[in-house]
Write a protein that binds this ligand. Structure first.
Ligand SMILES: *[C@@H]1O[C@H](CO)[C@@H](O)[C@H](O)[C@H]1NC(C)=O
Length: 345
């Protein structure tokens, strides 16, 4: 048994200041709402067997782990939408490590070759311990996702796809290893029943095979309710650029965008009640968000900042340097009831 400061050693100062994730005596402090219980009790409550449980959980007391909340509960505002990037560079092209810890990479298998090297054509957002929110067009194999690709897994805690674990440079110039990313099988896909070829109701939920514990690298984003207004929000998109254009980035990229009024003119099927029209304002604004990834509305400032998944990247003309053109995003707040009704414990 090792009772020293076990984890996040170099994150310690930051952890104390920003998320209190490391306790004074070396045990982790659970996130708000997570219960500190024996592993068996946790597995029982989530109806998963020890044999397929392969997730690392935080140790909160001797022989006890931080047990995630059930899948039908959304995180409270102390927990969702919080990030603690290593060094935040506003408007930089590359996201900082841990800047968007809810970013999920959807992994597909080629059913012709059954090649174990999965590919990704979409992103998503972790909204609680068990569910990832994405676009319906990412999981229904019509037009966008090639017929021979089958969605199998979700990768969380990813930053740079070229290395696992990722390396982070600290303020003092030293490099350290970040925790490895996590891949979890998709247990169930829930697609909006009225999703159609006009890309109306382009929303879907992915239920993970097992719940995840939150860490610095893996955290949920806040889900807006019906009356969420975009006024006074900074909007950002992020993704690895794995879009239909075939553009690809190893490191997560981000871009700041603004609400736009161009969609009604440019897109025949734009619907203001259920969709958001937004676009970049200048070509210097880096790259694009993945399909299915979040349109993020950032509220508050610095230490009191929290992020909402205001929209889900649906369609439009995205691509590096061309995101001055607006794109259409599924308005998440409009679908709050649908999301809520489709979450299972
Ligand atoms: C799947 O593999 C087949 C055979 O190699 C290939 O022709 C096809 O393009 C692959 N599909 C995708 C979407 O990459």
């Amino acid at each position: 048994m090792f009772f020293g400061i076990r984890v996040h050693f170099l994150f310690l100062l930051q952890a104390f200041v920003l998320d209190y994730s490391v306790g004074y005596y070396g045990f982790d402090i659970c996130f708000s709402g997570e219960r500190c219980v024996a592993l068996d009790d946790c597995l029982d409550s989530h109806k998963i067997s020890i044999y397929n449980y392969n997730l690392k959980s935080k140790i909160c007391e001797k022989n006890k782990i931080c047990c995630p909340k059930p899948g039908n509960i959304l995180p409270d505002y102390m927990t969702c939408g919080q990030s603690s990037p290593q060094n935040r560079v506003a408007f930089g092209a590359k996201a900082d490590m841990n800047e968007f810890p809810w970013m999920a990479m959807l992994l597909y298998q080629n059913t012709t070759t059954w090649d174990p090297r999965f590919v990704s054509v979409c992103g998503g957002s972790l909204i609680n311990s068990r569910y990832v929110l994405t676009a319906a067009h990412c999981v229904v194999s019509v037009k966008y996702v090639p017929k021979d690709l089958l969605l199998r897994k979700v990768r969380l805690g990813e930053h740079d796809t070229s290395s696992n674990p990722d390396w982070v440079q600290l303020a003092n110039g030293k490099w350290m290893k970040a925790p490895r990313h996590l891949e979890i099988e998709v247990e169930e896909i829930v697609v909006h029943t009225n999703y159609n070829w006009q890309l109306e109701n382009d929303i879907a939920l992915l239920r993970l095979e097992m719940p995840v514990s939150y860490t610095n690298e893996i955290r949920p984003i806040c889900v807006p309710t019906k009356h969420f207004s975009l006024k006074n929000s900074l909007l950002q998109i992020a993704g690895w650029g794995l879009t239909e254009n075939g553009q690809y980035s190893e490191v997560l990229l981000k871009s700041t965008i603004l609400e736009s009024h161009k969609c009604p003119h440019e897109f025949e099927y734009f619907r203001e009640t259920s969709q958001i029209c937004a676009g970049g304002q200048s070509k210097t604004d880096t790259c694009t968000g993945d399909s299915g990834g979040p349109l993020m509305a950032i509220r508050g400032r610095s230490f009191d900042e929290y992020v909402y998944v205001a929209g889900i990247t649906s369609y439009g003309n995205h691509g590096c340097g061309v995101n001055v053109n607006p794109g259409i995003y599924t308005k998440t707040g409009f679908y709050f009831k649908w999301i809520w009704e489709n979450l299972k414990a």
